[in-house]
Design a protein around this ligand. Sequence first.
Ligand code: C5J
Length: 222
Amino acid sequence: MTIVRIDAEPRAIEIDPARSAVLMIDMQRDFLQPGGFGEALGNNIRLLTAAVDPCRALLAGARRHGVLVIHTREGHRPDMLDAPPAKVERGAPSARIGDRGPMGRILIRGEPGHDLIPELYPHAGEPVIDKPGKGAFYATDLHTLLHNRGIENLIVCGVTTEVCVHTTVREANDRGYRCIVPGDCCASYFPEFHEVGLRMIKAQGGIFGWVSDSRRILAALG
Ligand code: C5J
């Protein structure tokens, strides 16, 4: 067992890479690419693409060190029976879940926009979790999969910081996982939400987890 020490806030954390996983949250074309759902809503997608290179570097390091990598995608069945009306009825009236967008039906499984971006595409054998909610544990088998692999620590990356990353970190924290969030591997359409989202995680002695960055995590992995 090789324990590594990651410099982080509010304090450094020691983890066993064999008991750790990188969770790459919703790096989907519809959120990040020109012409996608996010841009159609008037968001500046460049704020999200800033996280792509740090994520790519972190994934490469994690794979080199045998750290489990898991990807998630937010989306729904084509018949939308798993999409609560209370979720669908919100958002811009012209672009709601299931409507036709520039990359197919918005947040519907199997549509081009639902797919992960090529830069961070899963390697063969890496699990991809399809999640109907914002949190990656809700209505998925993620907890079972992590439990069966003996995973205790999660390095949570992806978009957006204050929505799906935050919800997943809170869910994971309540299930007993230590969550480390590399700030440069997450992003939001709202920079202030990103900043405050990270501060909320590490406040009060690390109420939800630890905040670090790709450089410090890669340095710890060696
Ligand atoms: C995610 C969203 N992935 N912002 N979804 O954060 O609706």
